[in-house]
Design a protein. Sequence first.
Lengths: 256, 356
Amino acid sequence: MPEAMLETKKLHRFFGGLHAVNDVSITVSQGTIKGVIGPNGAGKTTLFNLIAGTVTPHDGDVIFRGKKITALKPHAVASRGIARTFQTTKLFAHMTVLENVMVGRHSRTKCGFISGMLNLPRTWHEDKQIKAKSLEILKDLGLSEHAFEKASNLPFGRQRLVEFARALAMEPQLLLLDEPAAGLNIYETKELARLIKWIRDRGVTCLVVEHDMSLVMAICDEIVVLDQGRKIAEGPPRAVQRNPEVIRIYLGDNDA
Amino acid sequence: MTQFRRYIPVIAVAIAVIILQVVLSKTGSTYYMTQITMSAFYALVVIGLCLLMGYAGQVSLGHAGFFAIGGYTAAVLTTFNLTAYSNTPVVSLCRSLGLLVQRQDIYGTDILAFSAWPAFAAAILLAIIIAFLIGLPVIRLKGHYMAMATLGFGLIIYRIVLGGRIFGQADGVSNVPPFRIIDGLEVNGRAAFRIESYYIAWFVVLAAMVLAINLVHSRVGRALRSIHENEEAAHSLGVNTYRYKLLVFILSAVFAAIGGVLLTHYNGSIGPSEVTVMKSVRYLVIVAVGGMANLWGALFMGVLLNFLSLRGVFGSYDDAVFAVILIAIMLFAPQGLLRMLNIRKISSLLPRRSNA
């Protein structure tokens, strides 16, 4: 059994009277792709936000590589090696594609206000490295030709790819993907599946929230199913597909 | 080296400044230099505000307050007569450290007061402390909430200045001595020092521009812009958004305070009119006209509009002119006046600039 990259332990989160995440414990093994599925309002995105630090849990813990990261702020979570993408792409619209990716190097670099203002040799040396690394990532994702374009000028599918590039620039150990296939067409989704597998093969563990069942079944090594804030199943795709509880919430039972 | 391309405009402006001085001296109209020098000091506020507003996207309607903190601190410390307190331990300690200077005021009375450098240091330190304390809560606010809070800060400073006896109330503080930077080089409003002060002012402004340009092109500058564009995404990429916003707020306050200190020494006085809300609005208008995230635009507009205002071109409609400009810009050229003229198109004809 590979080492656990990420664990959540009995996470709870309420929004007013709504128990959005209810006692959810999951384990993500190193070097795997784990999918989180469930109907709308199942608590998938909240679970994500609890891990990423955007939302703080009311109870429970998030453990990343054996260390507690519960309730850390997003930037602190990021600097520990967890990158994320958003359900609706959140690029820096007026910055170039390259600059977007360069911001992704933030947590891996150091230059502060003073050295930035003085433009010390080590500052521009560092900046050169940031740029080189970012261009390399853009090349890997086939975005080189767009490097100097304004991010908002790219077609939607490409923008999503830029968001991936930006997240990969962090050289994360864990990548959280929030509905990466949302708004993509069939071909783009296939490309995406290949990309996510490629990312995993480069040693980045992935946690994917996704609606697109074909994508999830195609790429995930393990799947967690949430319903109304609770975990109802966890396991390899085949097993989860046969799970009667999962079939019930997805297809409805006779009483419904 | 693409690295140094960003400094070309600095050199160009420096040359323009020299040419302007030569032309004004040759034509015997050096009196223009006084207003240009004053405008340059005001431009320091604008440069700082441009970083805060244009790049980091944080609106401040209280920067006249920081300008005043700089100006008034320098004014009070260099004019307040400590002779009566000369035996107290604090004052004698300051004296033995060489922070004080004995001089005569214009009426011939002996005055023991702080010399300009320690007063300058105190002014900057105070601006940093106040910006930090104000920034801690204010920086958490977004958009117009932050504008309102900083507006309130500006008003508080205005009332303190207007009500405090030590600040000269409605009269302000006058008889502020010149700022001797080193022997033989001083910021002095008298006609004999016109050219000297003009060059000092532009040196400071261009130095500030170099620092600001470097910052904007650095990792920090990208982080600030990313906060402006999408704070949540910036945060998720490891940018400590709160810390960065606070630091750039403090930085812009320091720029404003330096402008305040130098202008006060140059004018020999400072009054409550420097702290009014309309002054803060004016700085904001200039940044907007300059094109928000455009340091050169802000500098150009800062010098131009302040110069026209100081020359009295707008007459008694001074404040109204700035208000009208603000409305017009927001309606017709939210990208700023220079962008409207499509500088981009022109600059695209020039050799390609480094994008990073």
